[in-house]
Design a protein around this ligand. Structure first.
Ligand code: ADP
Ligand code: ZN
Ligand code: ZN
Length: 723
């Protein structure tokens, strides 16, 4: 037999797969196995992507694999990994890495199972105690412990009873005890936040959605968008759909934006399905991750919950993929391969005949346009959506509008909690000289440095550079330095003064890194009697607190100022999401939106909780401007420390790509992007009707550029459907 092996090396210029001859001893090796193979003068790991009777090369020219790793990937996931590589212009190795067992690519290799010593007394051992056999004190103690238990004792129990291994081994040699090893599961700790474990009775809208999903499960799959505000009961529909999939012998994958921000969703699945649920995410220890993955691979767990990478969980006979909060940007991977888990979910569901349920209060225009829609029009508890007031902040001095101050100051009297969202970390977004106007910028990136008062530092939010806050302007020596604008760190102080003596909790990546992480901050806010949660967009995600009576968005149009065609969509989602999470109590709720652009479409629609109106307007705009979903975008980014080098490389690639593009596709650029981490950047944008031919054209040019010697100092990355 011959196996076709894709080596796990990331060199773009290499074109696999390569044939190897399988010795008889390795007969069980099939697609998905991970082999150690000789490759040139090296030994590398490679994945079997195909098995054949013979090769085009004569047998004597084929090498044999040197061995196989314990675990590999299932064949359908190998196909999926290769497809990801192809569609996102990456390398086969990078695509395959996504589907391999955890740890395969790490320096220490795949993590093995954890085994522990267990022991029990034999019949002879029981008899020896009764018959008064001669035993040393330590052996007698150990045997007494085992005999009294009358069952196998775990390593922990043995340790607690002060029985050590050597003594057990001696007892075992005398036939008095039976000692063996057993595999123990490293179980991830999860944040169980109160949620019902028993199914609720679905209301009419939920039942209609659930019935449609059931039909799709039996009918070979479908892609559905479940549209309903927070609290409309989407998660109950996911739970119902999952249990229907399980009833039919099918498995389920549940994707959530970020595990730290959505502990509630995860714990609801765990509480409903118990050990049939596995969780997979990057914050698990290597051992936990391996064990969870193996539980899925062996079919012990049939439901897998996790962030975007869980779309590659090795669930067999997959029936359902849930994408919760489908509008969330975290479904797009930032590094190579820049895959979008929502697209991968759709491919995978297509392969498996599974159903995709993408849920959101603010579905993306892409999903709205392409997918069948199921609607949950009201909150499950019957509460109305809160009133949203838009406050014009043009000409405002300081971060809080007087009406915001007033609402906050009433909080102590009315009780309840408030959430304040400001999508900007740090104390102040920049420091400028009052004399010469000089703004402090990062030495590595062309961006202004952000003041972080806690550390008395200026920090770059792009490269991590930090430096002390200067006393004087390095340009002109003036000591008159102005701090402009406010970030969450400063806002925390402003709010503490405004709501004194109520507590203020800050949730942003700085605070999460310092204290017990996102979940810890959220838990403290949840447990507090009253108080204010202030933070970046994290506060608008995942969780919802029924006792929030006031939600405030500051500088709501900040995202609108981004030069990106999705700016409108982001702004709308941010405001609508926060609004949808408010007012879930008998005290009602209020939402205040501070903005410089009170008349922007995104703000006006969010004010009316009008997703349909917003998305339909947005789709018309995108159709007119030829943006997704009416066209495909590809971004090619080039970067180098040498500015003229990157500029000429960009010109060269631009003309090569333009020459390869199919008719109707256009190439925009090269356009400069701001310097990042000391690297000058240029970007090319391809706009095309169809994705595949455009990707093929770009791939060909980029692969030959990667092999070109004179371009070795230029890094090139491709982003298909950039976000
Ligand atoms: P979403 O996922 O849309 O935010 P959830 O499924 O979390 O909504 O439901 C919100 C709250 O309403 C939860 O506490 C849930 O238990 C409850 N709930 C949902 N559906 C029902 C129902 N049919 N009957 C009673 N309570 C429900
Ligand atoms: Zn100056
Ligand atoms: Zn920087």
């Amino acid at each position: 037999m011959v196996v076709k092996v894709e080596p796990l090396t990331t060199a773009r210029a290499l074109r696999g797969p390569f044939d190897y001859r399988l010795p008889a001893a390795m007969n069980g090796v099939g697609v998905g196995a991970v082999l150690l193979v000789p490759f040139g003068r090296r030994r590398v790991l490679g994945v079997v992507v195909d098995v054949a009777e013979s090769s085009e090369l004569p047998p004597e020219r084929l090498a044999e694999p040197l061995g196989a790793l314990e675990a590999g990937a299932p064949a359908d996931l190998v196909r999926l990994g290769l497809r990801v590589a192809r569609e996102y212009c990456s390398t086969p190795a990078r695509g395959l890495e996504l589907v391999l067992p955890p740890g395969t690519m790490s320096a220490r290799g795949q993590t093995g199972p954890r085994r522990e010593l267990v022991a029990e007394a034999t019949a002879d051992g029981q008899g020896a105690l009764a018959g008064g056999a001669r035993l040393g004190a330590r052996q007698r103690h150990a045997l007494e412990v085992l005999a009294a238990a009358q069952r196998q004792l775990s390593a922990d129990e043995l340790r607690a009873a002060d029985v050590d291994r050597d003594v057990l081994r001696r007892l075992a040699r005398r036939g008095l005890a039976r000692v063996s090893e057993r595999e123990v599961r490293r179980r991830p700790r999860t944040e169980a936040i109160g949620a019902p474990a028993e199914p609720v009775r679905l209301n009419a809208a939920q039942q209609a959605a659930a019935a449609r999903i059931a039909t799709a499960l039996d009918g070979g799959g479908a892609e559905l968008v479940l549209w309903g505000v927070t609290g409309s009961g989407k998660t109950e529909v996911y739970l119902d759909a999952t249990s229907r999939a399980l009833d039919r012998g099918r498995g389920a994958i549940v994707l959530v934006p970020e595990i730290g921000l959505t502990p509630q969703t995860m714990s609801r699945f765990e509480r409903r399905f118990g050990d049939r649920v596995a969780i997979l995410h990057s914050r698990l220890s290597p051992g936990e991750r391996r064990d969870e993955w193996m539980r899925v691979r062996r079919g012990e767990a049939r439901v897998c919950v996790g962030p975007r990478s869980a779309v590659f969980a090795p669930i067999e006979a997959l029936g359902l993929i849930v994408v919760d909060e489908e509008h969330d940007q975290s479904y797009k991977q930032e590094g190579d391969p820049r895959y979008d888990a929502r697209d991968v979910a759709s491919w995978r569901a297509g392969q498996a005949g599974a159903v995709v349920v993408a849920g959101s209060a603010t579905p993306r225009p892409e999903s709205w346009h392409a997918l069948e829609r199921l609607e949950l029009p009201t909150r499950a508890d019957g509460t109305a959506l809160p009133e949203v007031d838009v406050l014009d902040t043009r000409g405002l001095d300081g971060p809080l509008h007087p009406r915001t101050r007033e609402a906050l100051s009433r909080l102590a009297a009315v009780g309840g909690k408030a959430i304040v969202l400001l999508n900007r970390r740090g104390w102040s977004p920049f420091l400028a000289c009052r004399e010469c106007g000089q703004v402090h910028t990062c030495p590595n990136c062309d961006v202004s440095l952000v003041i972080h008062r806690h550390h008395e530092q200026l920090r770059c939010h792009h490269c991590g550079h930090s430096e002390p806050v200067p006393d004087a302007c390095p340009e002109c020596g003036s000591v008159a330095l102005a701090r402009h604008g406010a970030g969450t760190e400063q806002l925390e102080e402003v709010l503490a003064a405004a709501v004194d003596p109520l507590p203020v909790f800050r949730l942003d990546s700085d605070a999460a890194a310092r204290s017990s992480g996102h979940a810890g901050i959220l838990r403290r806010f949840q447990e507090a009697e009253t108080g204010v949660l202030v933070g970046t967009q994290m506060v608008a995600k995942g969780h919802d607190f029924p006792d929030v009576v006031l939600s405030v968005v500051l500088d709501a149009d900040a995202t609108l100022r981004f030069p990106d065609f999705r700016a409108e969509e982001r702004t709308f989602a941010l405001v609508a999401q926060l609004a949808g999470r408010s007012g879930r109590s008998e005290r009602g709720g209020r939402v205040l939106v501070q903005t410089l652009a009170p008349h922007a479409d995104a703000i006006r629609h969010a004010q009316r909780h009008d997703s349909a109106g917003f998305v339909e307007g947005e789709l018309r705009r995108r159709q007119a401007l030829r943006y997704p979903p009416f066209a495909e975008l590809l971004r090619v980014e080039l970067s180098s420390e040498d500015e003229s080098g990157v500029a000429s490389a960009a010109d060269r690639l631009a003309s090569q790509i333009a020459g390869q593009l199919p008719a109707g596709a256009e190439l925009l650029g090269p356009a400069p992007r701001f310097r990042l981490r000391g690297r000058h950047r240029r970007q090319l944008l391809v706009k095309a009707e169809l994705r595949e031919p455009a990707v093929a054209a770009v791939r060909e040019v980029v692969e030959s550029a990667a092999a070109a010697r004179d371009l070795h100092a230029v890094a090139i990355s491709v982003d298909v459907d950039p976000q």
